[in-house]
Design a protein around this ligand. Structure first.
Ligand code: DX5
Ligand code: ZN
Length: 213
């Protein structure tokens, strides 16, 4: 059964924790937290202090921290302390990937690996023993509200085959909407990040149900 992880990037930043708790009350088990440094991606979002505030406000939420930053290991520990359940690193900015993923698990969080749209799946098979989650970016990271890149649907299908028989969650991120969700789920996506489609909807619970229907 697929799940929706609302992306807090699309929430009203003036009411951040309140919106996080509302998403949980609307049925979200995971909250997706987009960390952007203005270097790896051309946008700046928020840091570990904000993640910690959400963790305190709704401790039952599983915080899915997506690190779009250069040198992510320099900051990973801060997000772990802040209450992350999953920390996801991008392959493109993590030269010693296996070591970095192992570090996350050793520090008590689930280890995620993210791939930009044009990054191939080759690396994944060498770290299958080291990851708990694979995140296929369905847009180029940096901004919410973008259109899903259609070629990513085949990539999700290939990723699904690669993960077969393993306890690794397949997550997709970017351009998830009531229009695109069914095709993504059909291709094998299990955790669908949705920002604008959740926080831009008049009824979050209904929007999530509609995407999973
Ligand atoms: C993009 C972020 C996404 C973003 C998704 O860089 O990683 O998580 O918030 O936003 P939507 O769902 O609006 O495409
Ligand atoms: Zn994200």
């Amino acid at each position: 059964m697929a799940k929706i992880a609302p992306s807090m990037l699309a929430s009203d930043f003036g009411r951040f924790s309140e919106q996080a708790c509302a998403a949980v009350a609307a049925g979200a088990e995971y909250l997706h937290m987009d960390i952007m440094d203005g270097c790896f991606v051309p946008n700046i979002s928020f840091g570990a202090g904000v993640v910690e505030a959400v963790h305190k406000a709704c401790p039952q939420a599983l915080l899915d921290v997506h690190m779009m930053v250069n040198d992510p290991l320099r900051y990973a520990q801060d997000f772990i302390r802040a209450g992350a359940s999953i920390v996801t690193l991008h392959q493109e900015c993590t030269p010693h990937l296996q070591r970095a993923l192992a570090f996350l698990r050793q520090n008590g969080v689930r280890a995620g690996l993210a791939l930009n749209p044009a990054t191939g799946l080759e690396t994944v098979r060498y770290v299958l023993d080291d990851i708990d989650l694979l995140l296929i970016m369905t847009v180029n990271p940096g901004f919410g509200g973008q259109k899903l890149i259609p070629a990513m649907v085949d990539k999700i299908r290939e990723a699904k085959a690669l993960l077969q028989g393993r306890d690794i969650l397949l997550e997709v991120d970017g351009g998830v909407s009531p229009k695109t969700a069914s095709g993504l789920i059909e291709a094998g996506a299990e955790l669908l990040v949705a920002g604008s489609a959740v926080f831009g909807a008049p009824d979050m619970a209904a929007a999530m149900r509609q995407m999973l229907a």
